[in-house]
Design a protein around this ligand. Sequence first.
Ligand SMILES: [Zn+2]
Length: 88
Amino acid sequence: MTAKRYRCSDCGNLTRFDVTATTTIRSFYHYDLGGELHIEEDAVLDRSVIEVACRWCGKGDSVEEVEWIPDGETASGARTSGGRPRGR
Ligand SMILES: [Zn+2]
């Protein structure tokens, strides 16, 4: 199973990036009778990346997304397939 990760083709950085993204979250706002707010559930409805910049050389246009096989996974390794786990 492969994953995606970022890579800077300019300096070879694989690990550190500045990612600018917008996230849409639905939250459960629970006020107690005293008026104090407790935010109890956050559900991420949408997330879109606006810009990725290399933390080392600062360039944004050299960062590309690459396929990556995470450590500890073999090419034939069958974990539970069928998408990523969702929060409930
Ligand atoms: Zn770079």
